[in-house]
Unconditional design. Structure first.
Length: 109
């Protein structure tokens, strides 16, 4: 939905409440096996952030030129996000609209 304006690591930081650039928060949820969903705590995204950073560090360690591993990182980073987690589309659209508005200095330009 964000068209890669927010990469998986940025999304994980936003959901962890640790990305203040845009001045937004988004609640995330986990779908349980019984079909119910539960709100995730921001701190639950810390391990995901760590996994994404480890992926980035590992791929960069094998580079011979800058950003050589970026296409591979794009493919693998999405797979690193936990399955059965989601945000409500309305919440994401509202946050993206706020973040990318002209009046938001931290938004996409």
């Amino acid at each position: 939905m964000t068209g890669w304006k927010w990469s998986p690591d940025v999304i994980a930081r936003i959901l962890a409440g640790q990305y203040k650039t845009y001045g937004i928060t988004i609640d995330s949820f986990h779908l349980a096996q019984d079909g119910r969903y539960h709100r995730m705590l921001p701190k639950e995204w810390d391990v995901i952030r760590t996994d994404l950073q480890a992926l980035s560090d590992n791929l960069r360690g094998n580079e011979t030129t800058d950003n050589e591993s970026y296409p591979e990182w794009r493919r693998q980073s999405v797979k690193t996000l936990p399955p059965a987690t989601f945000v409500w589309l309305d919440d994401l659209e509202k946050a993206a609209s706020s973040a990318f508005s002209r009046g938001n200095r931290g938004g996409y330009r």
